[in-house]
Design a binder for this molecule. Structure first.
Ligand code: 13P
Ligand code: SF4
Length: 319
């Protein structure tokens, strides 16, 4: 019997990237080895900006499907590959298009501000898309007399209502990862490490956010830890982010927070969708030029407007 041929996925991905003129974009929640191999690692806004201005012919999107759809909508002529088409998002799932259309009809005089974690259909029904990096700044730019629906994340929505003082109508969606961090474990960690700062992503519920000294997008949390190098941090977001935090501040100490027990997972805090990607799947999607994002021209045209509005409203400055 012939010995099995072992593929060096990393090397093959580098070769395919050159041959295909591809760019590999990765979110901070990806496995460490994927972040290390990517051309750019970033938060949702960084990655949307990178996708909007790339000169590559092919975009390999290592994140979740709604992020890759955003890249396709901004670059309809490019091939946008995803390692695993099943990499969805619980926030996207919590906002089905037909139910949202009916909800929107009840508030026909409201403008629709939507978190980027949603399907292309929901984006097409929105006036402006936001990410956790720019949501506060964009909402502050909307005239005070405009009524707003915010979807799909009720926790990010509630946080923004508190921050901006805008009384928005909230859709009842949530992220299964950020909703499940255990407050009991958080308090236990803080008691064990009293000098550690708690930092949190705004997708967490209010009872968790109230413990945090800094709240922000993944890149904002990384920046904060970098600005306080040598410190100790309890990080309330998906633990994939610790890779970049440790790289930028090797002298700091980081603790992730377990999720509440339940189901098949006793201390789950990682995103099951983000973690579907692997080097092997990246290699296969590049070699097969599939799975690729396909959306109708008509849907992309409608979804592009609110995405471009977001890029325009959060232009030059890092928000
Ligand atoms: P960021 O835009 O902060 O990276 O958030 C993306 C996300 O999915 C958080 O769960
Ligand atoms: Fe979606 Fe939550 Fe995963 Fe982010 S962490 S991709 S919001 S399920």
């Amino acid at each position: 019997m012939l010995p099995a041929v072992r593929i060096d996925y990393e090397e093959e991905i580098h070769r395919l990237r050159r041959e295909m003129n591809a760019v590999i974009l990765a979110h901070y929640y990806q496995e460490d080895e994927i972040q290390d191999l990517a051309d750019y690692v970033g938060d949702s806004l960084d990655l949307a900006r990178r996708a909007a201005r790339t000169e590559a012919d092919v975009i390999v999107f290592c994140g979740v499907r709604f992020m890759a759809e955003g890249a396709k909508i901004l670059n309809p002529e490019k091939l946008v590959l995803v390692p695993d088409m099943k990499a969805g998002c619980s926030l996207e799932e919590s906002c089905p298009p037909e139910a949202f259309r009916q909800f929107k009809e009840q508030y026909s005089d409201h403008m629709v501000v939507t978190y980027i974690n949603c399907s292309a259909e929901i984006k097409a029904m929105s006036d402006i898309i936001v990410t956790s990096s720019n949501a506060e700044s964009i909402i502050r730019q909307i005239p005070a007399d405009r009524k707003i629906i915010f979807a799909p994340d009720k926790y990010l929505g509630a946080y923004l209502v508190k921050k901006t003082g805008r009384d928005m109508v909230l859709w009842n969606g949530s992220c299964i990862v950020h909703e499940r961090f255990s407050e009991q474990e958080l308090v236990r960690l803080k008691t064990r490490h009293p000098q550690a700062c708690i930092i949190a992503h705004p997708e967490c519920p209010e009872q968790l956010l109230r413990h945090a000294v800094h709240i922000g997008s993944t890149s904002s949390l990384i920046r904060f830890s970098e600005q306080h190098a040598g410190g100790e941090f309890i990080v309330l977001t998906e633990p994939g982010i610790l890779h970049e935090m440790k790289k930028r501040s090797p002298g700091s100490i980081f603790h992730d927070v377990p999720g509440v027990s339940g189901g098949t997972c006793v201390s789950c805090n990682s995103c099951p969708y983000m973690k579907l990607n692997s080097l092997e799947k990246i290699y296969h999607c590049m070699i097969n030029r599939a799975p690729a994002i396909t959306l109708s021209d008509e849907l992309m045209k409608r979804a592009r407007l609110p995405l471009e509005k977001m890029l325009e409203m959060s232009a030059a400055k890092p928000v």
